[in-house]
Ligand binder design. Sequence first.
Ligand SMILES: C[S@@+](CC[C@H](N)C(=O)[O-])C[C@H]1O[C@@H](n2cnc3c(N)ncnc32)[C@H](O)[C@@H]1O
Length: 284
Amino acid sequence: MELCGGAGHSKEIVKRLSDKGLLIGIDRDEEALNVAKERLKEYKNVIYYHGNHDEIENILEELKIEKVDGILLDLGVSSYQLDEKSRGFSYLGDNILDMRMDKSQDLDAKKVINTYSEIELSRIFFEYGEEKFSKNIAKKICEKRKIKEIESTKELVDIIEEVLPSWSKNRDSHPAKRVFQALRIEVNNEIKPLFDTVVSSIKCLKPSGRLCIITFHSLEDRAVKNAYVNQEGRCVCPPGLPYCVCGYKSEGKIITKKPILPSDKEMRENSRSKSAKLRIFEKK
Ligand SMILES: C[S@@+](CC[C@H](N)C(=O)[O-])C[C@H]1O[C@@H](n2cnc3c(N)ncnc32)[C@H](O)[C@@H]1O
């Protein structure tokens, strides 16, 4: 049995694989891979791969593995990345604007904030963060960066706080949360490739193999849901025909008509699981 997925929380998965089974842990963050290597050091049947799961077909080809039995994509950022302040994902504290999951990539949050046009910044904040004041924030960033490059998370938080009217600030949510989410998504190109990643992942499955995807916000979830519906296919023949003539192609079926949500216990123990949704697709 071959399984492919993020490297982090796979101890349970590896335990369940027989000696002949193989787990391929893919992460674009080398620090996450190192943690996984340490956590799973007693297991020999794991391959750790530093790369982007959007490239899953190429990765398997390079590993000379044709198809796998299951794929788990646990999307987004990890708690480690959020909590490790030096990675620049957090709006708390004062750190360099980084936010790269893969430190070998060129684009970081500082580059986005200091080089993107006002229109591009505004679009990102609105599209990826659903920030209502996206235009005002983008305008203020462009004004401030004319005087001095914006370098730290604190400088960005201060700008956001200056722009947002006090009535809009919600005590349950940090005022910079939406802009930071948007920036992180842009830096790591988290949404655009997702539809194609689902399609490629399904191609990599053996018959009856399953693709399980955990999403953490509506943009990810929508992309996954749309890709699953597309891959399931749908007959569009007019009703009443004795047999199908539209020639639709189905790659398999959606197992979860509604997403699986965390239990109350899990949400109590891990508040970050609250927004998680698991959707499963089974290859024909
Ligand atoms: C939600 S965390 C998963 C954490 C892991 N399951 C655990 O419990 O420790 C997401 C992980 O996926 C990685 N990641 C996100 N997008 C990726 C991509 N396109 N390719 C490879 N890894 C990615 C991140 O670097 C991060 O370590």
